[in-house]
Design a protein around this ligand. Structure first.
Ligand SMILES: Nc1ncnc2c1ncn2[C@@H]1O[C@H](COP(=O)(O)OP(=O)(O)OP(=O)(O)O)[C@@H](O)[C@H]1O
Length: 261
């Protein structure tokens, strides 16, 4: 592939320094994510998937610490940026949807406020009327109807799937280049799962680079272009979805595949 990756991670290490031991949650991970492709990071429970996504955002809490590696986003190594500079990039260039959508939105703010915050941070100088038009537009693009009613709702008044879509809408509004979706469908019913996956495919077609973090190889088979398999914080298998499914290199990948086929 001649194209440069939008997101390129090199030898990333995030360790947890516990009293009795050091947990090497992410231990030398390298991966490349391309525009218009869905890159799946797949692994079992405790393999390091969530710590990996938090590391990209520099959101790992004590006793965890990123101890090495590089995170290149469009040619800038995020690890060299200050917290203030990172704040501008989070949401704007990399958007994220989390496992538990209801707790990722601020419970005391209406949807309208969440979207207004994105505009305030990333697209200054937009008038109220224009902003409202943009809010309605992004909400309908993620498949939400009754947009005016949703704008006036608090997160607890919406279903999990609707909150997921609001988060995707925030990413769209910020015109993010990369979307990191950490188990985006695990807490949702089947119909909503299908709708969210469809939405991710649509965003990919629009040129977004998507990182799909999941333990579900069925979802990977259905959605992904490229796959990285993570175990004990290390990438043990990688390639296009065809390469990894047709000729898994590692026993762990084989065991994951046997569990679904
Ligand atoms: N705050 C923490 N303190 C200590 N160890 C942690 C902490 N957070 C994660 N870990 C450890 O880091 C490793 C990777 O965890 P992580 O949450 O990334 O796994 P995961 O692949 O996302 O699993 P799951 O699919 O169950 O969410 C695990 O061994 C976990 O116990």
């Amino acid at each position: 592939m001649a194209e440069q990756p939008v997101l390129s991670i090199r030898n990333l290490k995030t360790y947890f320094y516990l009293e009795e031991q050091i947990v090497k949650a992410v231990d030398g991970v390298s991966l490349d994510v391309y525009k218009g492709r869905i890159t799946a990071l797949v692994g079992g429970s405790g393999s390091g998937k969530s710590v990996m996504s938090l590391s990209i955002f520099n959101l790992v809490d004590q006793p965890g610490k990123i101890i090495g590696g590089e995170i290149w986003l469009n040619g800038v190594n995020l690890r060299t940026l200050s917290e203030k500079q990172l704040l501008k990039i989070r949401g704007k260039e990399i958007a994220m949807i989390f496992q538990d959508p209801t707790s990722s939105l601020n419970p005391v703010l209406k949807v309208k406020k969440h979207l207004a915050e994105v505009i305030r941070t990333h697209q200054k100088g937009i008038g109220k009327k224009e902003a409202l038009r943009m809010f309605r537009d992004v909400l309908s693009r993620v498949g939400l109807k009754n947009t005016d009613q949703i704008l006036e709702s608090y997160p607890f008044e919406l279903s999990g799937g609707m909150c997921q879509r609001v988060m995707v809408a925030m990413g769209l509004l910020a015109q993010a280049h990369v979307l990191i979706a950490d188990e985006p469908t695990s807490s949702l019913d089947l119909t909503t799962q299908a709708a969210i996956l469809e939405e991710l495919t649509r965003l990919k077609k629009e040129g977004m680079a998507i990182v799909l973090i999941t333990h579900d190889l069925g979802v990977v088979a259905q959605m992904a272009d490229d796959v990285y398999v993570i175990k004990d914080g290390k990438i043990v298998d990688s390639g296009t979805v065809y390469q990894v499914f047709e000729a898994p290199k590692h026993d762990y990948t084989r065991s994951l595949l046997e569990a679904i086929f």
